[in-house]
Design a protein around this ligand. Structure first.
Ligand SMILES: [Zn+2]
Length: 161
């Protein structure tokens, strides 16, 4: 294939590729195909199954023990498909606060960080709890929810009010 920048023929090879496009400084993709241009240095990585790759990276970040870095916060936010404004709405903070988290100029609170991790861990389509509910949380005065529970086919279930 030819280089889009200078038209020279690119060389294809396998290498351990530092995946900077992820926005994370420390993700290496082992032994993937990379086309490099000998003329101008342009390169193109061939990354298979990118959705699944991002899921595995996101799970690793969501489950890690140390606090999240600014770039990890940004990665999880984009993994969730949230804009900065979506993220702010879900977390109940201002867009400026989100920007500070993602630039490392403010530390995310522990509760917000856990919520972000939980959102990433439960993003799978099999989860029937819509995270859109979080946008509504804390918008209204506290009030106990009226719950009616009934046994149905041997298990407690909420009954329609
Ligand atoms: Zn080139």
């Amino acid at each position: 294939m030819k280089c889009l920048q200078c038209g020279q023929r690119m060389k294809s090879g396998r290498e351990n590729y530092l995946y900077r496009e992820s926005g994370l400084p420390n993700v290496t993709l082992v032994g993937i195909e990379v086309n490099r241009c000998p003329g101008c240095g342009e390169h193109e990585a061939v990354i298979p199954k990118i959705e699944q790759l991002h899921r595995v990276i996101a799970m690793g970040i969501a489950k890690k023990v140390p606090r999240l870095s600014a770039s990890e916060i940004r990665f999880l936010r984009t993994y969730l498909g949230w804009s900065g404004a979506d993220f702010a709405a879900h977390m109940g903070v201002s867009p400026e606060t989100v920007s500070r988290w993602e630039h490392g100029s403010a530390r995310m609170g522990a509760a917000a960080e856990r919520l972000l991790r939980l959102a990433a861990l439960t993003r799978e389509p099999s989860s029937d709890y819509s995270l859109d509910v979080l946008k509504e949380v804390a918008q209204k005065k506290p009030a106990d929810r009226r719950l009616r529970m009934r046994v149905e086919r041997g298990a407690w279930r909420p009954a329609a009010a």
